[in-house]
Design a protein around this ligand. Structure first.
Ligand SMILES: *Cc1c(COP(=O)(O)O)cnc(C)c1O
Length: 400
């Protein structure tokens, strides 16, 4: 895992961007909770084991498939390190396959690399399902396990079946779809794994983090007025403890977002708070608003020179993770970060040696904009205005 460490350093070192002015991922709001069923999701594909992150779910998945030392695992060349770490941790060998420009799996390339492989991981990029029937056949013919990575596709269906149902196992990253700060799940046919409690401090921190994040983003102002003083007291106590050098009892951060694979979190379940929010979130609202916001962004970016929506159509049943756009001008990403626009580049860091041209290009040029259910219309309009301004300024500079 040497490489990961180096990359983590690299990521921390350069630019010091200001905090994002809108939430890149869902935050709690007055509309978050509400009972609603009937939206297909990866949870319908089998028995779910809830974990603290998607990468932990993948580690459990490999374990369940008996994939260990020396096994070859086929991974997409366009990936995040969270996808590679569990494979390397298991002692397995990641082998990277190519994708087409629409991010569909290049089955010919997969076939060239499949000899001796134990598993294929397929990613439904940004919520848009891969063609699973052909891939399922491919895997069956070669007795290769199929792992469906639904980190971007918690909701939705694929060829009439819920996401994750085509794979031997599926994993997902719940914090990308729900207003929580941690969480993943493994979905498989066998019984759910029994995981340990994450501990009381973590339980508390998980809830406080979610509330504080919501307040930072201007949500739940009434609750803040009531609970705010309590939180300030908590912060004062924490500061005092820090000054006293009491590092031993320090509460760690919720283990998502970072680049490291934290071994100690492998056997832990997410907090009760996270599980509560997952169980009682308004799923219809999530699906509806993500689709609506996606359509607004698609419209807002329409005709903007040097940009192209990676998925210009939103088929029935797709619940998008984000709105991904190919932006030609490399100066737009830092310009937007400086303006506090909440953007992320998926696959910004690729595993050493990956030289697939599509992956290299997209890792630099694909910017993902939030379309989640907790974005307000004003925030989306502001993002569109900032992007239009940054892109057009960049274009005029080039023309000088
Ligand atoms: C986010 C993500 C994961 C899991 O990430 P966690 O941060 O550990 O939840 C796995 N695969 C893909 C493609 C992802 O984007």
């Amino acid at each position: 895992m040497e490489q990961t460490r180096a990359l983590a350093g690299e990521k921390a070192a350069p630019p010091d961007y200001p905090a994002a002015k809108a939430p890149s991922h869902p935050v709690l709001s007055a509309g978050t909770l509400g009972l609603s069923r009937g939206v297909p999701s990866v949870l319908d594909a089998g028995r779910a084991t809830h974990t603290v992150s998607g990468r932990m779910a993948l580690a459990l998945a490999l374990d369940r498939l008996g994939i260990g030392r020396g096994a070859r695992v086929l991974l997409p060349s366009y990936h995040c390190l969270a996808l590679v770490e569990p494979v390397v941790r298991a002692g397995a060998v990641p082998v990277f396959y190519a994708l087409r420009r629409d991010l569909s799996i290049d089955i010919d390339d997969l076939a060239r690399k499949a000899l001796g492989a134990r598993a294929v991981v397929a990613v439904h990029y940004f919520g848009f399902p891969q063609e699973m029937a052909a891939l399922r056949e491919f895997c069956d013919a070669r007795r290769i396990a199929l792992v469906e990575d639904c980190a971007h596709a918690f909701f939705g269906s694929c060829a009439g079946r819920p996401m994750g149902a085509h794979g031997d196992v599926a994993i997902a990253s719940t914090w990308k779809f729900f207003a929580v700060r941690e969480g993943g799940c493994l979905v498989a046919r066998g019984p759910a794994a029994r995981l340990r409690s994450p501990g009381l401090r973590y339980e508390a921190k998980s809830m406080l983090n979610a509330l504080e994040r919501a307040w930072e983003m201007g949500r739940l102002p009434l609750l803040r007025a009531v609970l705010g003083p309590l939180f300030r007291l908590k912060d004062r106590l924490r500061d005092r403890r820090k000054r006293g050098g009491g590092g031993a009892g320090a509460v760690r951060d919720v283990p998502t977002g970072g680049l490291q694979f934290e071994e100690s979190w492998l056997g832990r379940r997410p907090s009760r708070f996270t599980r509560f929010v997952l169980a009682f979130s308004n799923r219809r609202r999530i699906a509806r608003l993500r689709r609506e916001n996606y359509a607004i962004l698609l419209d807002g970016f329409h005709g903007l020179p040097g940009t192209r929506a990676l998925f210009p159509a939103l088929p029935e049943g797709v619940v998008p993770y984000v709105f991904p756009v190919v932006v030609e001008d490399d100066s737009v990403f830092p310009a937007l970060k400086r303006r506090g626009v909440p953007i992320v580049r998926f696959g910004e860091f690729l595993w050493q040696g990956v030289d697939d041209p599509v992956a290299l290009e997209y890792s630099r040029k694909v910017l993902q904009f939030p379309c989640h259910q907790e974005m307000t219309r004003a925030e989306i309009d502001w993002i569109v205005a900032e992007v239009r301004d940054a892109v057009l300024k960049g274009a005029s500079r080039c023309g000088e």
